[in-house]
Design a protein around this ligand. Structure first.
Ligand code: FES
Length: 162
């Protein structure tokens, strides 16, 4: 499924706010990502032009930093920890369970843009191993039953909104 067209008018305001600042590429990209949820490819050229850069340079920065994404992510971004502490406590079976429940592989987004599945090296909450995050919320001491209930909670929120 193709992502929805974006409102480029928002981009003009973001560019204007950053235009006069030195070293403004990263903060500008951060704001674009906060606004659209990702860095839409069609924003690369206007951003480069506003900073007198080549589009390939901007593209290079976007692909270099793991925090930037050129693809839209789901409303709920799941980060399952695969660090050592979590590995010891069974994170592999947690990841397997999440994949099965969501029918997604790592790095994939569901067709309805509800979920994106990612893995990370450590969520900094090893004492709660095995852990995962959904957007900004931490979930620890996971087991398959708990994972199912967390995922159900986020799917339910979607139904409530609809
Ligand atoms: S290893 Fe998983 S939170 Fe640190």
């Amino acid at each position: 499924m193709d992502p929805k067209p974006i409102d480029l008018n928002k981009l003009t305001g973001i560019i204007e706010a950053h235009r006069s600042k030195k070293w403004s590429l990263i903060p500008l990209l951060q704001e674009v990502q906060e606004t659209y949820g990702y860095i839409p490819p069609e924003t690369i050229e206007p951003i480069a032009e506003s900073l007198n850069m080549h589009p390939a340079e901007v593209q290079g920065v976007v692909t270099f930093y793991a925090g930037f994404s050129l693809k839209p992510k789901g409303r709920c971004v799941l980060k399952v920890c695969r660090g050592t502490a979590c590995h010891v406590k069974g994170s592999r079976s947690i990841l397997r369970h999440v994949k099965k429940e969501l029918q997604l592989e790592e790095g994939e987004t569901s067709e309805d843009y509800q979920f994106t599945l990612e893995t990370v090296a450590c969520l900094g909450a090893c004492f709660l191993a095995p852990t995962m995050m959904v957007n900004r919320d931490y979930f620890g001491k996971l087991n398959p039953t708990k994972v199912t209930s967390v995922l159900g909670q986020y799917s339910k929120n979607k139904e409530d909104e609809g």
